[in-house]
Write a protein that binds this ligand. Structure first.
Ligand SMILES: CC(C)(COP(=O)(O)OP(=O)(O)OC[C@H]1O[C@@H](n2cnc3c(N)ncnc32)[C@H](O)[C@@H]1OP(=O)(O)O)[C@@H](O)C(=O)NCCC(=O)NCCS
Length: 145
């Protein structure tokens, strides 16, 4: 299993995984969110993928905040349903956290995520900030020293 930065060639497979896992989310919007990595925007997301024998099996992205370089979001963590619960999401999350650690100053950073499955993120030290402000979604943070 290889973790690597996504390329344009990976986009369709990434889109397919998100579409299958999140059938209610508008497909066109996901496509825009993924393509944004390769845009000219000042603030672009970075997506990483897990590749198993040349097949993209999972993805996750991060982006820094417009207002503060210390704040990052992680989002679109998704593993192909055939490959879930095999540790791939864990490897990918560790990669994303490491990538965020390596980003330029400041050294201390805060990662924010919004999720319906806090159990998955607690494993990496994320803590609840507030409860269910958006349906079943929970805002969580992890501080990097
Ligand atoms: C969440 C997700 C990315 C995890 O990926 P994965 O490759 O299955 O992750 P792992 O195999 O490394 O699992 C890590 C742990 O999270 C737990 N976990 C995974 N999915 C879970 C879920 N839906 N609910 C509760 N716990 C879950 C696993 O049981 C495992 O716990 P353990 O280490 O104590 O056994 C994957 O389930 C997924 O794509 N879900 C659908 C999309 C989604 O909801 N994404 C999150 C958006 S915030």
């Amino acid at each position: 299993m290889k973790m690597k930065k996504a390329t344009k060639k990976d986009l369709l497979k990434m889109l397919e995984i998100i579409k299958t896992n999140n059938p209610k989310y508008p497909k066109q919007l996901v496509h825009k969110e993924l393509k944004e990595m390769f845009s000219e925007s000042l603030l672009r997301p970075t997506y990483f993928v897990a590749e198993n024998k040349k097949e993209i099996v999972a993805l996750g992205g991060f982006i820094s905040s417009w207002v503060d370089n210390a704040v990052f979001n992680i989002f679109w963590m998704n593993t192909n349903s055939k490959y879930q619960k095999q540790g791939i999401g864990t490897k990918l999350m560790k990669e994303l956290i490491n990538q965020i650690k390596k980003q330029k100053k400041p050294k201390s950073k805060i990662i924010l995520i919004s999720t319906e499955i806090p159990k998955f993120y607690k494993k990496f030290g994320f803590k609840k900030i507030n409860s269910r402000y958006d349906g079943n979604y929970l805002l969580m943070e992890k501080r990097l020293k």
